[in-house]
Design a protein around this ligand. Structure first.
Ligand SMILES: Nc1ncnc2c1ncn2[C@@H]1O[C@H](COP(=O)(O)OP(=O)(O)OP(=O)(O)O)[C@@H](O)[C@H]1O
Ligand SMILES: Nc1ccn([C@H]2C[C@H](O)[C@@H](COP(=O)(O)O)O2)c(=O)n1
Length: 231
């Protein structure tokens, strides 16, 4: 991460999870534009690795075609390299960790715990519709692979979301809504706590005495409450 060594400062990491086609990449682009994070998509990094002609390329290509999850060692190396090459200290890590092996290996290797997990919750029928009309020429955007990806998501990725939920780190978003509405919900979560303090009443200040940058989980009920007491 630029000139700052790992020992001096740990980056802020937000994991962005959700089923295939739930809109993770779309929302990450808006977060980058509005909040200045660096977006690292594990899928994009793996696809770039295939294109680069690396020795792992064929293995990665075959796994992606089958909707399988690439060994953590490969993906973590790519993520670490991208983080080290960045000048930024706040990252959106999109599509990772995809299974328990990804999660445990990342924490063991980097010693980084996510600030929180943005979880885009979307029904399969809607995700399938979106992927089938995505038209980006991806080898895994066909109905056969999509079904396999959904199965892997249910069996391997949701347990990771549940793990972080048990630690109070999941910020769940209804991703079935139109893009702009989803982003409104995202903004309410990403807005730094100084901004929340500016716009919300004294009562909210008590809630914001959390140590992380982003303050407490923003639930629908607390949002409603904030609006009522806003100064
Ligand atoms: N809220 C939304 N409503 C309708 N379409 C959407 C919405 N969000 C994203 N899309 C569209 O759905 C498709 C999938 O979105 P996106 O690529 O952001 O999903 P993803 O979760 O990153 O997918 P993957 O995990 O497969 O990479 C894109 O064509 C995108 O334009
Ligand atoms: N942590 C990851 C992330 C992605 N992959 C592989 C398998 C996925 O089906 C594919 C596409 O990812 P997406 O762009 O949908 O996030 O990439 C993986 O093996 N491990």
């Amino acid at each position: 991460m630029g000139t700052v060594s790992d020992a001096e400062k740990k980056p802020i990491v937000i994991f962005v999870l959700g089923g295939p086609g739930s809109g993770k990449g779309t929302q990450c682009a808006s977060i980058v534009e509005n909040f200045g994070h660096t977006h690292l998509s594990a899928g994009d990094l793996l696809r770039a690795e295939i294109k680069s002609g690396s020795e792992n390329g064929t293995m990665i290509q075959n796994m992606i075609k089958e909707g399988k999850i690439v060994p953590s060692e490969v993906t973590i190396k790519l993520l670490q390299k991208a983080m080290h090459e960045s000048e930024n200290d706040k990252f959106l890590i999109d599509g990772f960790p995809r299974n328990e092996e990804n999660r445990a290996a990342f924490e063991a290797v980097t010693k980084i715990e996510p600030a929180f997990v943005l979880f885009f919750d979307c029904p399969e029928e809607e995700m399938e519709r979106r992927i089938l009309s995505r038209n980006e020429g991806r080898v895994d955007d066909n109905i056969e692979t999509i079904r396999k990806r959904f199965k892997v998501f249910q069996e391997s990725s949701l347990p990771v979301v549940e793990y972080y939920d048990s630690k109070g780190k999941v910020r769940k978003i209804d991703a079935a809504k139109p893009v702009e509405e989803v982003f409104e919900a995202v903004k309410a979560i990403i807005t730094p706590k100084e901004e929340k303090v500016k716009y919300h009443s004294y009562a909210i200040l008590e809630e914001l005495s959390f140590s992380d940058t982003y303050g407490p989980p923003v639930t629908e009920s607390s949002l409603e409450h904030n609006k009522k007491v806003a100064v």
